[in-house]
Write a protein that binds this ligand. Structure first.
Ligand code: PMP
Length: 441
Protein backbone atom coordinates (compact mmCIF):
# COMPACT_ATOMS: atom_id res chain seq x y z
CA UNK A 1 0.00 0.00 0.00
CA UNK A 2 2.64 2.51 1.06
CA UNK A 3 4.70 1.72 -2.01
CA UNK A 4 1.81 2.34 -4.38
CA UNK A 5 1.13 5.79 -2.88
CA UNK A 6 4.80 6.69 -2.90
CA UNK A 7 5.14 5.70 -6.53
CA UNK A 8 2.19 7.80 -7.59
CA UNK A 9 3.56 10.71 -5.53
CA UNK A 10 6.96 10.42 -7.21
CA UNK A 11 5.28 10.29 -10.62
CA UNK A 12 3.11 13.37 -10.08
CA UNK A 13 4.84 15.69 -7.61
CA UNK A 14 7.77 17.95 -8.31
CA UNK A 15 11.38 17.16 -7.67
CA UNK A 16 11.28 19.77 -4.89
CA UNK A 17 9.29 17.46 -2.58
CA UNK A 18 11.42 17.09 0.50
CA UNK A 19 10.19 15.17 3.56
CA UNK A 20 8.95 12.09 1.65
CA UNK A 21 12.50 11.37 0.52
CA UNK A 22 13.61 10.67 4.07
CA UNK A 23 10.25 9.62 5.47
CA UNK A 24 8.87 7.41 2.71
CA UNK A 25 5.45 6.57 4.14
CA UNK A 26 1.87 7.40 3.21
CA UNK A 27 -0.16 8.43 6.22
CA UNK A 28 -3.64 7.02 6.67
CA UNK A 29 -4.66 8.13 10.15
CA UNK A 30 -3.36 10.25 13.00
CA UNK A 31 -4.17 10.87 16.64
CA UNK A 32 -2.21 12.55 19.41
CA UNK A 33 1.51 11.87 18.96
CA UNK A 34 0.83 8.87 16.68
CA UNK A 35 0.34 8.37 12.97
CA UNK A 36 -0.52 5.17 11.13
CA UNK A 37 0.70 4.45 7.61
CA UNK A 38 -1.23 2.78 4.79
CA UNK A 39 0.15 -0.60 5.78
CA UNK A 40 -1.18 -0.24 9.32
CA UNK A 41 2.19 0.45 10.98
CA UNK A 42 2.18 2.94 13.88
CA UNK A 43 4.74 5.67 14.40
CA UNK A 44 5.44 8.27 17.05
CA UNK A 45 5.51 11.62 15.29
CA UNK A 46 8.40 13.74 16.56
CA UNK A 47 8.27 15.91 13.45
CA UNK A 48 4.68 16.98 14.14
CA UNK A 49 4.28 19.13 11.05
CA UNK A 50 7.72 20.67 11.63
CA UNK A 51 6.58 21.88 15.04
CA UNK A 52 3.07 22.89 13.98
CA UNK A 53 1.08 20.33 15.96
CA UNK A 54 1.38 21.69 19.49
CA UNK A 55 -1.55 19.58 20.69
CA UNK A 56 -0.73 16.65 18.42
CA UNK A 57 -2.92 15.30 15.65
CA UNK A 58 -6.69 15.76 15.77
CA UNK A 59 -6.89 17.00 19.35
CA UNK A 60 -10.53 16.90 20.56
CA UNK A 61 -10.61 20.65 21.37
CA UNK A 62 -9.38 21.49 17.87
CA UNK A 63 -11.88 19.16 16.19
CA UNK A 64 -14.67 20.55 18.39
CA UNK A 65 -13.81 24.14 17.47
CA UNK A 66 -13.92 23.29 13.77
CA UNK A 67 -17.23 21.43 14.13
CA UNK A 68 -18.73 24.35 16.03
CA UNK A 69 -17.69 26.78 13.32
CA UNK A 70 -19.41 24.61 10.72
CA UNK A 71 -22.52 24.06 12.85
CA UNK A 72 -22.94 27.79 13.40
CA UNK A 73 -22.82 28.38 9.64
CA UNK A 74 -19.95 30.83 10.07
CA UNK A 75 -18.21 31.84 6.85
CA UNK A 76 -15.10 29.88 5.94
CA UNK A 77 -13.56 32.69 3.98
CA UNK A 78 -13.91 36.47 4.34
CA UNK A 79 -10.64 38.00 3.05
CA UNK A 80 -9.81 40.31 5.97
CA UNK A 81 -13.40 41.23 6.81
CA UNK A 82 -14.03 40.73 10.48
CA UNK A 83 -16.06 37.98 12.16
CA UNK A 84 -16.83 36.90 15.74
CA UNK A 85 -14.19 34.16 15.45
CA UNK A 86 -11.58 36.66 14.34
CA UNK A 87 -12.41 39.07 17.15
CA UNK A 88 -12.15 36.33 19.77
CA UNK A 89 -8.89 35.10 18.30
CA UNK A 90 -7.34 38.58 18.42
CA UNK A 91 -8.60 39.22 21.97
CA UNK A 92 -7.21 35.91 23.25
CA UNK A 93 -3.88 36.42 21.50
CA UNK A 94 -3.44 39.95 22.84
CA UNK A 95 -4.41 38.79 26.35
CA UNK A 96 -1.61 36.21 26.06
CA UNK A 97 1.13 38.72 25.25
CA UNK A 98 3.09 40.52 27.95
CA UNK A 99 0.86 43.54 28.81
CA UNK A 100 3.55 46.12 28.01
CA UNK A 101 3.73 44.69 24.48
CA UNK A 102 -0.04 44.15 24.03
CA UNK A 103 -0.87 47.71 25.17
CA UNK A 104 0.83 49.23 22.17
CA UNK A 105 0.63 46.42 19.64
CA UNK A 106 -1.05 46.06 16.26
CA UNK A 107 -1.69 42.83 14.40
CA UNK A 108 -1.47 42.13 10.69
CA UNK A 109 -2.97 38.92 9.35
CA UNK A 110 -0.82 37.41 6.64
CA UNK A 111 -1.04 34.61 4.12
CA UNK A 112 -1.13 31.00 5.19
CA UNK A 113 2.61 30.51 5.70
CA UNK A 114 5.26 31.73 8.10
CA UNK A 115 7.21 32.97 5.10
CA UNK A 116 4.50 35.45 4.18
CA UNK A 117 4.52 36.92 7.70
CA UNK A 118 8.30 37.34 7.50
CA UNK A 119 7.83 39.10 4.15
CA UNK A 120 5.30 41.44 5.77
CA UNK A 121 7.60 42.16 8.72
CA UNK A 122 10.49 43.09 6.45
CA UNK A 123 8.35 45.40 4.34
CA UNK A 124 7.02 47.01 7.50
CA UNK A 125 10.41 47.83 9.01
CA UNK A 126 11.78 49.03 5.68
CA UNK A 127 8.82 51.37 5.28
CA UNK A 128 8.98 52.59 8.87
CA UNK A 129 12.73 53.27 8.98
CA UNK A 130 13.40 54.20 5.36
CA UNK A 131 16.50 51.98 5.58
CA UNK A 132 17.30 49.06 3.32
CA UNK A 133 19.89 46.74 4.85
CA UNK A 134 19.04 44.11 7.43
CA UNK A 135 20.94 42.02 9.96
CA UNK A 136 20.15 38.34 9.94
CA UNK A 137 22.06 35.46 11.57
CA UNK A 138 24.26 32.60 10.48
CA UNK A 139 22.24 29.40 10.48
CA UNK A 140 18.92 31.26 10.67
CA UNK A 141 15.89 30.09 8.72
CA UNK A 142 12.99 32.35 7.78
CA UNK A 143 11.31 30.70 4.81
CA UNK A 144 11.54 29.73 1.20
CA UNK A 145 10.10 32.75 -0.64
CA UNK A 146 12.41 35.06 -2.54
CA UNK A 147 13.03 37.53 0.31
CA UNK A 148 12.91 35.03 3.17
CA UNK A 149 15.37 32.75 1.39
CA UNK A 150 17.65 35.78 1.18
CA UNK A 151 17.47 36.16 4.96
CA UNK A 152 18.21 32.50 5.64
CA UNK A 153 21.67 31.15 6.31
CA UNK A 154 21.13 27.83 4.56
CA UNK A 155 23.25 28.03 1.43
CA UNK A 156 22.30 24.71 -0.17
CA UNK A 157 19.21 26.00 -1.99
CA UNK A 158 20.24 29.67 -2.21
CA UNK A 159 23.24 29.18 -4.40
CA UNK A 160 21.07 28.12 -7.32
CA UNK A 161 18.81 31.20 -7.25
CA UNK A 162 20.44 34.33 -8.59
CA UNK A 163 19.52 37.88 -7.59
CA UNK A 164 18.07 37.36 -4.13
CA UNK A 165 17.44 40.55 -2.13
CA UNK A 166 20.65 42.45 -1.45
CA UNK A 167 21.93 44.11 1.73
CA UNK A 168 21.41 41.17 4.08
CA UNK A 169 24.31 41.00 6.54
CA UNK A 170 24.78 37.73 8.38
CA UNK A 171 25.85 38.11 11.99
CA UNK A 172 27.36 35.37 14.18
CA UNK A 173 24.70 33.42 16.12
CA UNK A 174 25.84 32.20 19.57
CA UNK A 175 26.30 28.58 18.49
CA UNK A 176 28.68 27.65 21.29
CA UNK A 177 29.42 24.09 20.12
CA UNK A 178 30.99 25.31 16.89
CA UNK A 179 31.72 28.89 17.87
CA UNK A 180 31.93 31.19 14.82
CA UNK A 181 34.94 32.87 16.46
CA UNK A 182 36.78 29.62 16.93
CA UNK A 183 37.14 29.84 20.69
CA UNK A 184 34.05 28.06 21.92
CA UNK A 185 32.20 27.61 25.15
CA UNK A 186 31.19 30.37 27.46
CA UNK A 187 32.62 33.19 25.44
CA UNK A 188 30.61 32.68 22.26
CA UNK A 189 27.61 34.86 23.09
CA UNK A 190 29.66 37.72 24.55
CA UNK A 191 31.94 37.70 21.49
CA UNK A 192 28.93 37.75 19.18
CA UNK A 193 27.22 40.72 20.82
CA UNK A 194 30.49 42.67 21.12
CA UNK A 195 31.30 42.00 17.48
CA UNK A 196 27.87 43.24 16.38
CA UNK A 197 28.04 46.35 18.54
CA UNK A 198 31.46 47.19 17.20
CA UNK A 199 30.27 46.73 13.63
CA UNK A 200 27.47 49.22 14.18
CA UNK A 201 29.68 51.80 15.90
CA UNK A 202 32.86 51.58 13.86
CA UNK A 203 32.65 54.36 11.24
CA UNK A 204 34.95 52.30 9.06
CA UNK A 205 33.02 49.02 9.23
CA UNK A 206 31.33 49.69 5.92
CA UNK A 207 27.94 48.83 7.43
CA UNK A 208 25.10 51.37 7.67
CA UNK A 209 22.36 51.20 10.29
CA UNK A 210 20.00 48.38 9.26
CA UNK A 211 16.19 48.53 9.07
CA UNK A 212 16.05 45.69 11.61
CA UNK A 213 17.61 42.63 13.19
CA UNK A 214 15.71 39.40 12.54
CA UNK A 215 16.41 36.35 14.66
CA UNK A 216 15.10 33.17 16.22
CA UNK A 217 15.39 32.75 20.00
CA UNK A 218 16.10 29.07 19.38
CA UNK A 219 17.29 28.38 15.85
CA UNK A 220 15.09 25.61 14.49
CA UNK A 221 16.11 24.48 11.03
CA UNK A 222 19.65 25.69 11.86
CA UNK A 223 19.98 22.77 14.29
CA UNK A 224 17.91 23.45 17.46
CA UNK A 225 20.34 25.98 18.87
CA UNK A 226 19.12 28.01 21.84
CA UNK A 227 20.56 31.50 22.25
CA UNK A 228 21.63 32.27 25.84
CA UNK A 229 19.35 34.79 27.57
CA UNK A 230 22.30 37.12 28.23
CA UNK A 231 22.89 37.36 24.49
CA UNK A 232 19.22 38.03 23.74
CA UNK A 233 19.22 40.84 26.32
CA UNK A 234 22.40 42.29 24.84
CA UNK A 235 20.90 42.25 21.35
CA UNK A 236 17.80 43.98 22.72
CA UNK A 237 19.98 46.65 24.37
CA UNK A 238 22.10 47.18 21.26
CA UNK A 239 19.09 47.53 18.97
CA UNK A 240 17.11 49.71 21.37
CA UNK A 241 19.99 52.14 21.93
CA UNK A 242 20.33 52.60 18.18
CA UNK A 243 16.64 52.70 17.32
CA UNK A 244 16.80 49.51 15.29
CA UNK A 245 13.61 47.42 15.29
CA UNK A 246 14.09 43.90 16.63
CA UNK A 247 12.09 41.25 14.79
CA UNK A 248 11.69 37.98 16.66
CA UNK A 249 10.70 35.11 14.38
CA UNK A 250 8.67 32.74 16.56
CA UNK A 251 7.20 30.75 13.70
CA UNK A 252 8.66 27.59 15.25
CA UNK A 253 9.24 28.58 18.90
CA UNK A 254 5.88 30.24 19.54
CA UNK A 255 3.02 28.91 21.68
CA UNK A 256 4.83 26.99 24.36
CA UNK A 257 7.35 24.90 22.45
CA UNK A 258 10.36 26.22 24.36
CA UNK A 259 8.75 26.10 27.80
CA UNK A 260 7.31 29.63 27.70
CA UNK A 261 4.29 30.73 25.70
CA UNK A 262 6.63 32.94 23.67
CA UNK A 263 10.34 32.19 23.60
CA UNK A 264 11.34 35.86 24.04
CA UNK A 265 9.85 35.64 27.55
CA UNK A 266 12.87 33.56 28.63
CA UNK A 267 14.94 36.72 28.35
CA UNK A 268 12.29 39.10 29.70
CA UNK A 269 12.51 41.31 26.67
CA UNK A 270 9.87 42.83 24.41
CA UNK A 271 10.39 42.66 20.66
CA UNK A 272 9.34 45.40 18.28
CA UNK A 273 7.96 42.85 15.84
CA UNK A 274 6.80 39.31 16.58
CA UNK A 275 6.13 36.74 13.87
CA UNK A 276 3.87 33.77 14.57
CA UNK A 277 2.68 30.88 12.42
CA UNK A 278 2.71 27.05 12.65
CA UNK A 279 1.05 26.31 16.05
CA UNK A 280 -0.96 29.55 16.02
CA UNK A 281 -3.38 28.00 13.51
CA UNK A 282 -3.94 24.90 15.64
CA UNK A 283 -2.70 22.71 12.74
CA UNK A 284 -4.33 24.79 10.01
CA UNK A 285 -2.60 27.47 7.88
CA UNK A 286 -2.29 30.91 9.49
CA UNK A 287 0.37 33.52 10.16
CA UNK A 288 0.42 36.92 11.84
CA UNK A 289 2.77 39.78 12.56
CA UNK A 290 2.32 41.66 15.82
CA UNK A 291 4.25 44.87 16.17
CA UNK A 292 4.70 48.05 18.12
CA UNK A 293 2.16 50.58 16.86
CA UNK A 294 4.91 53.18 16.50
CA UNK A 295 5.89 51.19 13.40
CA UNK A 296 2.37 51.32 11.96
CA UNK A 297 3.17 53.59 9.06
CA UNK A 298 1.61 51.39 6.43
CA UNK A 299 -0.90 52.68 3.91
CA UNK A 300 -4.16 50.76 3.63
CA UNK A 301 -3.47 47.67 1.56
CA UNK A 302 0.29 47.76 2.12
CA UNK A 303 0.30 44.02 2.74
CA UNK A 304 -2.56 42.17 1.14
CA UNK A 305 -3.33 38.66 -0.07
CA UNK A 306 -6.48 36.62 -0.61
CA UNK A 307 -6.02 34.18 2.25
CA UNK A 308 -5.22 36.60 5.03
CA UNK A 309 -6.70 34.87 8.02
CA UNK A 310 -8.35 31.54 7.49
CA UNK A 311 -11.50 31.39 9.66
CA UNK A 312 -11.13 27.71 10.40
CA UNK A 313 -7.50 28.21 11.36
CA UNK A 314 -8.50 31.03 13.70
CA UNK A 315 -11.10 28.80 15.37
CA UNK A 316 -8.58 25.95 15.70
CA UNK A 317 -5.85 28.36 16.81
CA UNK A 318 -8.10 29.98 19.42
CA UNK A 319 -8.98 26.56 20.88
CA UNK A 320 -5.29 25.60 20.90
CA UNK A 321 -4.19 28.80 22.60
CA UNK A 322 -6.88 28.50 25.28
CA UNK A 323 -5.95 24.87 25.96
CA UNK A 324 -2.24 25.69 26.15
CA UNK A 325 -2.92 28.35 28.77
CA UNK A 326 -5.53 26.44 30.74
CA UNK A 327 -3.42 23.30 31.09
CA UNK A 328 -0.05 25.05 31.59
CA UNK A 329 1.34 23.36 28.50
CA UNK A 330 4.51 25.54 28.42
CA UNK A 331 5.46 24.25 31.90
CA UNK A 332 4.67 20.72 30.79
CA UNK A 333 6.86 21.17 27.68
CA UNK A 334 9.70 22.45 29.89
CA UNK A 335 9.45 19.42 32.22
CA UNK A 336 9.21 16.86 29.41
CA UNK A 337 12.09 18.56 27.60
CA UNK A 338 14.24 18.35 30.71
CA UNK A 339 13.35 14.68 31.19
CA UNK A 340 14.37 13.91 27.61
CA UNK A 341 17.55 16.01 27.67
CA UNK A 342 18.67 14.24 30.86
CA UNK A 343 18.35 10.87 29.15
CA UNK A 344 20.12 12.14 26.05
CA UNK A 345 22.98 13.58 28.07
CA UNK A 346 23.56 10.21 29.73
CA UNK A 347 23.58 8.57 26.30
CA UNK A 348 26.09 11.16 25.14
CA UNK A 349 28.50 10.01 27.87
CA UNK A 350 28.15 6.44 26.64
CA UNK A 351 28.55 6.82 22.90
CA UNK A 352 31.08 8.97 21.13
CA UNK A 353 29.09 9.71 17.95
CA UNK A 354 26.94 12.16 19.92
CA UNK A 355 28.81 15.44 19.95
CA UNK A 356 26.25 17.77 21.45
CA UNK A 357 22.82 17.65 23.09
CA UNK A 358 20.99 20.95 23.31
CA UNK A 359 17.63 22.62 23.25
CA UNK A 360 14.98 24.42 25.20
CA UNK A 361 11.64 22.87 26.13
CA UNK A 362 10.58 20.44 23.42
CA UNK A 363 12.84 21.85 20.73
CA UNK A 364 15.80 19.53 21.08
CA UNK A 365 18.79 18.72 18.87
CA UNK A 366 21.42 15.98 18.98
CA UNK A 367 24.47 16.72 16.86
CA UNK A 368 26.00 13.59 15.35
CA UNK A 369 29.78 13.58 14.82
CA UNK A 370 32.38 11.45 13.14
CA UNK A 371 34.65 10.36 15.97
CA UNK A 372 36.94 8.49 13.57
CA UNK A 373 38.19 11.77 12.11
CA UNK A 374 40.40 14.32 13.81
CA UNK A 375 39.02 17.11 15.97
CA UNK A 376 38.79 20.76 14.89
CA UNK A 377 40.38 23.73 16.69
CA UNK A 378 37.57 23.64 19.26
CA UNK A 379 38.25 19.99 20.05
CA UNK A 380 35.06 18.76 18.32
CA UNK A 381 34.74 16.04 15.71
CA UNK A 382 33.32 16.96 12.32
CA UNK A 383 29.57 16.66 11.73
CA UNK A 384 28.53 13.24 10.39
CA UNK A 385 25.68 13.66 7.93
CA UNK A 386 25.61 10.04 6.76
CA UNK A 387 25.43 8.62 10.26
CA UNK A 388 22.64 11.09 11.16
CA UNK A 389 20.70 9.87 8.11
CA UNK A 390 21.28 6.23 9.15
CA UNK A 391 20.01 6.97 12.66
CA UNK A 392 16.93 8.61 11.18
CA UNK A 393 16.26 5.49 9.08
CA UNK A 394 16.80 3.16 12.05
CA UNK A 395 14.32 5.27 14.05
CA UNK A 396 11.78 5.08 11.24
CA UNK A 397 12.13 1.28 11.08
CA UNK A 398 11.33 1.16 14.80
CA UNK A 399 8.34 3.48 14.48
CA UNK A 400 9.73 6.93 15.26
CA UNK A 401 9.47 9.82 12.82
CA UNK A 402 11.95 12.65 13.29
CA UNK A 403 13.79 15.16 11.18
CA UNK A 404 17.45 15.80 10.54
CA UNK A 405 18.65 19.36 10.04
CA UNK A 406 21.27 21.83 11.07
CA UNK A 407 24.39 23.25 9.45
CA UNK A 408 25.67 19.97 8.01
CA UNK A 409 22.42 17.98 8.07
CA UNK A 410 23.87 16.16 11.06
CA UNK A 411 21.50 17.29 13.81
CA UNK A 412 18.70 14.92 14.82
CA UNK A 413 15.78 17.20 15.69
CA UNK A 414 13.01 16.34 18.14
CA UNK A 415 9.81 18.40 17.86
CA UNK A 416 7.15 16.19 19.48
CA UNK A 417 3.65 17.49 20.16
CA UNK A 418 3.73 19.45 23.44
CA UNK A 419 1.16 17.12 25.02
CA UNK A 420 3.62 14.22 24.97
CA UNK A 421 3.49 12.32 28.28
CA UNK A 422 6.29 11.18 30.59
CA UNK A 423 5.76 7.55 29.46
CA UNK A 424 5.84 8.55 25.82
CA UNK A 425 9.12 10.43 26.31
CA UNK A 426 10.55 7.19 27.71
CA UNK A 427 9.26 5.31 24.65
CA UNK A 428 10.85 7.87 22.32
CA UNK A 429 14.15 7.63 24.15
CA UNK A 430 14.17 3.82 24.06
CA UNK A 431 13.67 3.78 20.30
CA UNK A 432 16.27 6.47 19.73
CA UNK A 433 18.79 4.71 21.96
CA UNK A 434 18.37 1.45 20.04
CA UNK A 435 18.52 3.22 16.69
CA UNK A 436 21.76 5.04 17.54
CA UNK A 437 23.43 1.79 18.59
CA UNK A 438 22.17 -0.02 15.49
CA UNK A 439 23.32 2.74 13.13
CA UNK A 440 26.69 3.20 14.79
CA UNK A 441 27.61 -0.49 14.98
N1 PMP B 1 10.63 31.03 10.27
C1 PMP B 1 10.99 29.96 10.99
C2 PMP B 1 11.74 30.16 12.26
C3 PMP B 1 10.66 28.67 10.56
O1 PMP B 1 11.03 27.61 11.27
C4 PMP B 1 9.93 28.52 9.36
C5 PMP B 1 9.52 27.17 8.83
N2 PMP B 1 10.24 26.09 9.24
C6 PMP B 1 9.60 29.68 8.64
C7 PMP B 1 9.95 30.91 9.13
C8 PMP B 1 8.83 29.60 7.35
O2 PMP B 1 7.53 29.18 7.55
P1 PMP B 1 6.72 28.54 6.34
O3 PMP B 1 7.40 27.25 6.00
O4 PMP B 1 5.34 28.34 6.86
O5 PMP B 1 6.77 29.54 5.24
Amino acid sequence: QNTRYLESQAARESNARSYPRRIPIAIAEAEGIYVKDMDGKNYIDCLAGAGTLALGHNHPVVLEAIRELLDQKRPLHTLDLTTPVKEQFVEELFASLPPEFARQAKIQFCGPTGGDAVEAAIKLVKTATGRRSIFSFQGGYHGSTHATMSLSGTLGQKERVQGLIPDVHFMPYPYAYRCPFGVGGEQTHALSSRYIENLLDDPESGIVTPCAFILEIVQGEGGSIPAPVEWIREIRRITKERNIPLIIDEVQTGLGRTGKLFAFEHADIIPDVLILSKAIGGSLPLSVVIYNEALDVWNPGAHIGTFRGNQMAMAAGLATLKYIKEYYIPDHAAARGEQFMNRLNILKQQISCIGDVRGRGLMIGVEIVDDRQSVDHLGHYPAHKKLAARIQQECLKRGLILEVGGRHSAVIRFLPPLIVTERQIDDIFLIFNEAVHAAYA
